[in-house]
Design a protein around this ligand. Structure first.
Ligand code: NI
Length: 172
């Protein structure tokens, strides 16, 4: 178990398309454990492999509340196979775009297929925060960031500020 460095935008790896995982083996399980450690330490409720520089279709999430037992989910090759027509707006942030939050409108419910840490095929229907989180993380696998769902004006402003923050951190 180890914490991994999280990439901050802009970074070409945050804009690339991740490759499907062919075998869910010990390497993949270890990566998912490390990603969970990284996510909890940040702290965050979701993390996609490209955010730690691994261009593979792997996502971890945990949307359990503060006073609930933790509920880590490990998803390999997650894919949205159904989206509700009903949409919902909700605030999002991203560990790769620190300190910025904005309302994003997305389908309220989704059905997602994936393989679990044993390689078993699974399907879940998610709503509320889990639906939002899964859509946000699966976007990462295709190089899409939550700011891409905002107006160009808002997106450019947030990305410009993030770039500044990154530069000031690098030189600190
Ligand atoms: Ni994110």
């Amino acid at each position: 178990m180890a914490e991994l460095p999280i990439l901050i935008a802009p970074d070409p790896r945050l804009r690339g398309k991740a490759k499907s995982v062919t075998t869910v083996d010990a390497r993949v399980r270890r990566l998912m454990d490390d990603m969970l450690d990284t996510m909890y330490a940040a702290p965050g409720i979701g993390l996609a492999a490209p955010q730690v520089g691994v261009m593979e279709r792997i996502v971890v999430v945990d949307v359990s509340g503060k006073n609930e037992p933790s509920a880590p989910m490990r998803l390999v090759n997650p894919a949205i196979v159904w989206r509700s027509e009903e949409t919902e707006a909700g605030e999002e942030g991203c560990l790769s775009i620190p300190e910025h939050y904005a309302d994003v409108t997305r389908p309220a419910r989704v059905r997602v297929t994936y393989q679990d840490e044993k390689g078993t095929a699974r399907e879940i229907e998610a709503d509320d925060l889990l639906a939002r989180c899964l859509q946000h993380e699966i976007d990462h696998l295709d190089g899409v960031l939550f700011v891409d769902h905002l107006s160009k004006l808002k997106r450019d402003m947030i990305l410009r500020k993030t770039q500044k923050l990154k530069k000031s951190k690098a030189s600190a």
